[in-house]
Design a protein around this ligand. Structure first.
Ligand SMILES: NC(=O)c1ccc[n+]([C@@H]2O[C@H](COP(=O)([O-])OP(=O)(O)OC[C@H]3O[C@@H](n4cnc5c(N)ncnc54)[C@H](OP(=O)(O)O)[C@@H]3O)[C@@H](O)[C@H]2O)c1
Length: 281
């Protein structure tokens, strides 16, 4: 499955939420949209419903819960009651049940806890989302984690297994985190893995110094370095879909254009071996 039919998810983390990028996405065949309760200053759901209610049914829609408005801006919580209310609120604000609801960066509430305490907290939060999916408040549930290392530490083996795990992806992710993601996946067995943030939210100058095109097979001289970096991100780690952000329909078209390119997985393996070797030396 991984890489066989790569799938682009338009992520709204940094988006202005203008209607034109949503219509451009649909025109390009991009039918998956990822947002979160706190995006756009906690207004993402409401603004989508206000400006694009007619478009939303055309997308598979994922959102995230776990951050809540607070006096200081946002606070994180894995309280199952608050999570349940947040899922209900998301459906209300969006005017439809999301296809997937993800636990948003659960590591934020796990730092510093003992393994048993962390496991109980995370397990109850997962159970709250699994119950919400069972009750029809969303189609499926999952976990989105920027840094999976504390999830691995709470030993997830016997916790409910998510339908979807969303993790950082691409050349800007260090080998320690890539390894941790793979350990977590082996232990937790999520139904699907999606990558996110393949450009680390920006960092355009990196691609002036590094050319990822040799990782494509055959070489695609028609594709830019940025396009190649995006396509290879589906293999760092292996993921069936990639959540990427853009407000520029031209950029989105460039990303869609890469989906048919093939990645040289032997070159990716060699790259990972080199990173492991460098770490040991
Ligand atoms: N913990 C979490 O749950 C979490 C955390 C981070 C991200 N995410 C998910 O991942 C999505 C993407 O993350 P992100 O937006 O932070 O990072 P990203 O996708 O790595 O980077 C977005 C940036 O890349 C630029 N870009 C996109 N396509 C380009 C192209 N073809 N050429 C040149 N530049 C291009 C965009 O600029 P332009 O607008 O100018 O194209 C934008 O500034 C989020 O929206 C969200 O869905 C989830």
């Amino acid at each position: 499955m991984h890489g066989a039919d790569p799938h682009l998810v338009l992520g709204l983390h940094r988006s202005r939420h203008h209607r034109d990028i949503l219509t451009a996405a649909l025109d390009l065949g991009v039918t998956a949209l990822d947002t979160a309760a706190p995006y756009l200053g906690f207004r993402s759901h409401a603004v989508l419903a206000e400006t694009a209610a007619d478009l939303l049914p055309k997308f598979a829609l994922s959102t995230k819960v776990g951050f809540f408005p607070s006096a200081g801006g946002a606070e994180h919580s894995l309280d199952p009651v608050r999570l349940r209310l947040a899922v209900e609120r998301a459906a209300r604000e969006l005017g439809r049940e999301p296809d997937t609801v993800l636990l948003h960066n659960p590591e934020r509430s796990l730092a510093g806890l003992s393994t048993p305490d962390g496991r109980t907290l995370l397990g109850n939060a997962c159970a709250a989302l699994a119950d919400a999916a069972r009750d029809g408040l969303c189609g499926a549930w999952g976990v989105a984690s920027w840094d999976t290392r504390s999830l691995e530490m709470v030993q997830v083996d016997d916790l409910p297994s998510p339908d979807l795990l969303m993790v950082r992806a691409g050349f800007l992710v260090g080998i320690d985190l890539l390894d941790a993601i793979n350990v977590l996946r082996t232990a937790w067995q999520p139904g699907e893995t999606w990558g996110m943030s393949p450009f680390g939210g920006g960092h355009r100058k990196v691609w002036e110094e590094i050319d990822p095109r040799p990782f494509l097979r055959p070489l695609h001289e028609d594709l830019s370095r940025t396009q190649a970096a995006f396509r290879v991100s589906f293999h760092l780690p292996s993921a069936s879909a990639m959540a990427v952000g853009t407000d520029d329909p031209g950029h989105l078209a460039q990303l869609v254009q890469t989906l048919g390119a093939e990645v040289d997985t032997a070159a990716v393996s060699q790259y990972l071996r080199a990173l492991h070797g460098h770490r040991q030396s």
